[in-house]
Design a protein around this ligand. Sequence first.
Ligand code: 13P
Ligand code: SF4
Length: 355
Amino acid sequence: MTEKNKEMDKGAVFEKITARKKELAGKVLILAHHYQQEDVYQFADFTGDSLKLARQAAEADSEYIIFCGVHFMAESADVLTSAKQAVILPDLNAGCPMADMATVEEVESAWHELTEVCGDQKIIPVTYVNSSARIKAFVGTHGGAVCTSSNAERVLSWALSQGDKVFFFPDEHLGRNSSKALGIDDEEIVLWRRGERFGANSDEKLKNAKTILWQGYCHVHQEFSADLVRRWREKVTGIQVIIHPESPFEAVAAADMYGSTEDIIAAVRDAAPGTSWAIGTEVNLVNRLKAQYPDKNIHLLADTACTCNTMSCITPANLLWVLDNLAAGKVVNQITVERETAAGSKLALDRMLEI
Ligand code: 13P
Ligand code: SF4
């Protein structure tokens, strides 16, 4: 059926989605992340960054939630919704390579090594929402919390008030940017190299650390550098640079401001007409802002593609396929988190929503 939808003319697919949405009104809620392509984004009932979408899912009462985002987001939605609701991901290949950089087996083994060295200290785990439900469950059952790019500093600060140090995964950059923003010294921020015993750190280094960062990254945001920021400043006088905190610290430090996708949207929306912006985040969001604010001079920070290929797996064709099946009484591509994992994961997500 997806094949048939793929071959169909784009206009015809759009018309069918609109008709199915009307037919299923009240039963189906479509959520879309800001990195979705316009062809999908236009059909969303709600759009948002990871935090906003998690809240939307938690508050939703629709029977079916179609998540136009990536796998970890749909998992969080499943954990936060009731057992009577079904969360659907239109393409199961829509994962997050960064989330995949920390498996629960790797994290458990690292935790074991860390507690061997720092047994007399209290370690609080914190995971970025870009992680599997199993990682979130590990964090939840070890007294920690989830964070997103819009609350990472707040969650980190809470975690440090609960213990002696924080083990942060899977994004090194978000962990470093948040640690630096809280004024933690460089010597107290330690990188845990994946696959190496004690993360390739000495006992002393681990004992003195305030934050220990897992060596994971997002290939889209890894592209941004202080050099690109400098080049834009040379090229356009008065340009303001805003960047997502999944970017390396040097790039974030060189920018004028940083924040989640929702923060980036707000900064550009509230800026005066005629202002110039270089934006360091995924290209679909930057292109949307360009189209929405033609009175502002908006550029992508890098000259490379900056596309999240997994977000792009969601298409109008597979969205229609899901809707067609729901209209026929069939749920396809449901994301279900196993009960015990969901309970642990919910602890970590609820802690975040409370902080
Ligand atoms: P936010 O929308 O929370 O800023 O996250 C960006 C992201 O990479 C989602 O995968
Ligand atoms: Fe993962 Fe990066 Fe894509 Fe976000 S943009 S889903 S972090 S790969």
